[in-house]
Write a protein that binds this ligand. Sequence first.
Ligand code: ADP
Ligand code: MG
Length: 680
Amino acid sequence: MDLRKTLRTTAPYIQKLAENGYPSARDLLLYFPRAYEDRSNIKKLEELVEDEVQTVKLKVVKKNIIRTRTGKQIQEVTLIDENEVKVMIQYFRMSYDFKKIELLKRYYVIGKPTGSYGKVKFMHPQVIPAHDTSGAESESAEVGRIYPIYSDMQGIKAAWFAKKMFLLQPYIAELFTTDLPETFLDRYDLPNIVQTISQLHFPESFEQQVAAQRRLFFMRLLRIQLHSLQSKLNYIHTKTSQEPDRTYIKEFLATLPFTLTGAQKRCIKEMIDDIHGDRTMMRLLQWDVGSGKTVVAAAVAYHILRKNNGQIALLAPLEVLAVQHYRSLAKLFLPLGIRIQLLTGSLTASEKKKIKQSLAAGSIDIIVGTHAIIQQDINFHNLQLAIIDEQHKFWVRQRGFFQRFDSPHLLQMTATPIPRSLTLAFFGEFEVSVIDEMPAGRKPIQTKIVSNTEAKKMKPRVLTKIEQEQKVFVVTPLIDESEHLEDTASVLAEREETQAIYPELAGKIWLMHGKMKSADKDQVMKDFKSGKYVILVSTTVIEVGIDIPDATIIIIKNAERFGLSQLHQLRGRVWRNDIQSYCFLQTPRKSWETYQRLRHMENTMDGFKLAEIDLQIRGAGEMLGTRQSGQTDVPLEILTDTKFLAEVKEAWLRLTQHHPEYIQQVLWDETQEKIGELLV
Ligand code: ADP
Ligand code: MG
């Protein structure tokens, strides 16, 4: 097919399409509309309602330009319907449409009408001729149907597509010939591929458009799950199962200064069962900050070490976190004669070299570090367990690295509670363990929303706490997430403000931001711990897992800019066992919506509940931290529709068990462009 001829367009347009990744008619047909407008109904004047886009067909009887007293020009068109009732169109800016409109011709006028003094008026409507060039009345592709609205493409305006796609309609059936079996589609009530593509571009009804879109999302989720499954199958290997051996776990638990909660014990049991089972463990361990995930991971590590003489790697996304993990694990393990080592980017070359040699020789049992431990030149003697803390994406990226070492058991830990529907959809390859119980005696944090004007009232409490040798965090959002420079700027500005409020604490207010070197951050943390500083102003670099035992107040500035999950995560920094802690959510204006949303923070300490609310309010992209373009996004209604998710799950099982021959087809389904972005 000659695309230029079919589209009745010029070579530069064809060129632009190709540059945007749509070189053929088939590709272009996969460029779906982002929204629809109901133009199927041409309304009579008396049927019009205000404030809704509607279409009427009218005849032009007068055009004129009025000058206002301030010298502005208003362009006016007067039209009539078949009963000669008058309608007015006004343009406040110079309009090309106005110029084109011809007297005594008929037009479709599309827009939101307003009515005043008994007269219907349209401001800047869309005006489409209801006649062809010869002047005869004609059908238009732009009215009389549900009208698709596309996004602008680099160099091509959205409106162009609606007209041009129409010309491709006759070719859909010949361009899309492969499809999933009818029995499969029927079972899940999915339209076939030709119907799907036709109804997305040229819906005959909103029901059919919704059905087509449903297939899109169905396949999208199915594909995500198949990817997870594939990645799992590529990773794990099978082995002979054994009777679970709990000797070492018992031995380890006896060395702890506290007894585990029931939930911690259950999670350990789940993992010990995995390890003795018939394939590699892949487990996601989640629950709030401070629920005691580390000790659970440590117990499992101890088992692997003692029972199989295996090595363990613990990966953390930040150096401060790695250091902290190292310290808490060293406290548990050094007295037991276990060789544990920290490896981060800030060690000297010769230190690193020595550690690498020891790792390869097997004279280190546990290595804790940042991505410094997953470099090409790292070798293990007998790596059997990889623990990944707080970083959902490590696994996808580094799967290859671990595969090199014969796929050790994998334990992914996260303190971001992820709603069940999302774990199913996006972490399908992991088994999930949840520590849904806090160690005894943990007090809820008292959380309060304060406006900027109320902020002064916090001062006495802050000073009292500081007198009792407790510490305060002040967290400020980035001015602009994309600009790392702003990171420094917002922290500096915030510190100045804080210093102005607390002149009596001069010299004891310090700052930390993402641009600082790891060593400097470490130093600041040390000085904060030791009491040299009592208030630490920072960006969200303190978010993940950082532990300052006597920090009891956190003030979060511009709290309205954060998601609830993130606020909860931040607040977790001051969640103590023994002392009452406080979290102040400061926000410039107490708008109704902000207030309603932040109030959940005052009312609950349940991270899962907050995550669910976040999902309802802000969508899944926010939660997963993935950048989702309009095309790859799976809408919220779908992710919270458990019936739909259950159907996808069933389809997934059916495909893998009964129709493996179609898996490739689903993975490369025509309508599934770019979904891989979600996974990496
Ligand atoms: P997480 O990693 O889940 O945020 P940690 O593992 O760092 O939490 O545990 C937080 C603190 O609670 C640690 O100081 C740990 O020693 C302590 N802890 C863990 N489990 C218990 C328990 N069952 N009883 C009392 N304290 C516990
Ligand atoms: Mg932790």
